[in-house]
Design a protein around this ligand. Sequence first.
Ligand code: SF4
Ligand code: SF4
Length: 489
Amino acid sequence: MWKEKQLHLPLQRTAQKPTKMNDNNAQLNESFRDKVATVDEKGKRIWVYPQKPQGKFYNARTWLSIVYFILFFTLPFIKVNGHPLFLINVIERRFILFGQIFWPQDFFIFGLGMVLFVVFVALFTVVFGRLFCGWICPQTIFMEMVFRKIEYFIEGNAAEQKILAKAQWNTDKIFKKSAKWISFWALSFLISNTFLAYVIGIDELRKVVVDPLNKHVGGFAAILIFTTVFFFVFAWMREQVCTTICPYGRLQGVLLDRNSIVVAYDHERGEQRGKFNKKETRTIGDCIDCHQCVKVCPTGIDIRNGTQLECINCTACIDACNKMMEAVNLPTGLIRYASEANISDKKKTTFTGRMKAYSAVMAVLLIAESFLLVSRTDVGITILRTPGQLYQKQPNHQLSNLYNYKLLNKTYQEMNLHFEPENFKGRIELVGEKNLKVPKGGDLTGSLFVYMDSTDIRHTETDIKIGVWQDGKKIKIVNTSFLGPFTEY
Ligand code: SF4
Ligand code: SF4
């Protein structure tokens, strides 16, 4: 079953061209397919102790993660005109993006946005592989840039962590483990609170924190549940999230092709691998078989086996290999961002037919999404004839129809609206209401009568238009119909 572990790309040239290698290596290259790097023969998890990476990619990722954390932890506090800049309140189905309120009625925009996002992810992956996983994914960023760094700080580097794990419980171990787990729990608590702030808003969160517990049992329970989940993910699940749970990782096999740019080992240059001996002129490949790329890998794989679904493109092996190449005076870039076509055929990256097709779909969806966003109005209006009602005869040869209306105010200001006949002679009368005051961010529902002279009715169903006005300005025209008798009145 594990034979499917490696993505079947030609990148596994080390396995495909055993003639280039000695028998032992050929054997090794095939054996990795039989198991997951983090599971032993008995099915037990192999805990990964990656060495701390050092290098320009790691530094760049550190700086990017700082920007990321600043954004993540400050965005819920930012308000525009007293309202959150972002709110993803799935419970009350209230969404605010860049200060704009989106209602359930706007969900088609979200729906299309989601389709766009999925197509974008597919296209992006075809071209750039799992770049997202290494540089943007919150799981990787929090794991590698926060939790792992705390672990290095408290428990030391990989070798020290291993020794500590095997050591008997003593004061030092109790202190270090407690310090780590308390820090992890505190951080998970902070992430949980921030996460909740995106859902219920910072003001509600403040109430949950400040008010007596019995007033916000649900909110408090949510904080505890999220904290536990985050703690479990970052303290125990770790790379298993990427290698066994994340659906995106599992999709790599169908999304990547020979032209996808991934973190790749240059097997053409590296093989036949062999130890470095400074006294000898090197006649074999450039890989000095130092295993540094394996030691830093947070998912425990050997990138020299080719592109594998466990690889989250974190670039740690690039940094590690470059450091070794510099140390032995060989060119860097033995492991680098490259496609199989780049490496095997020495080809430049081309815009393939698949990429063109994805781009075309992307362009169409982007245009559609932009149109929906631009044409989105601040007010949602529905006027529908009341079900089960025909027409009513009124004095003075008049007929009336009853309608239900629903007005939705998507702004932060109260709206004063009124209805006017648009293409018919007659009048509109609200039932029970004098004014149409729609509260900010709220809705107003009610009924209205449309009156028309029977002499103006020529059909059993007449198309009519109702104008919706706000502060002397017509903001929308609603189409509906007026029912009359079958015969001329
Ligand atoms: S193989 Fe390299 S890029 Fe992939 S996860 Fe391991 S260290 Fe990161
Ligand atoms: S770090 Fe580079 S040189 Fe060392 S084993 Fe990995 S690929 Fe070979």
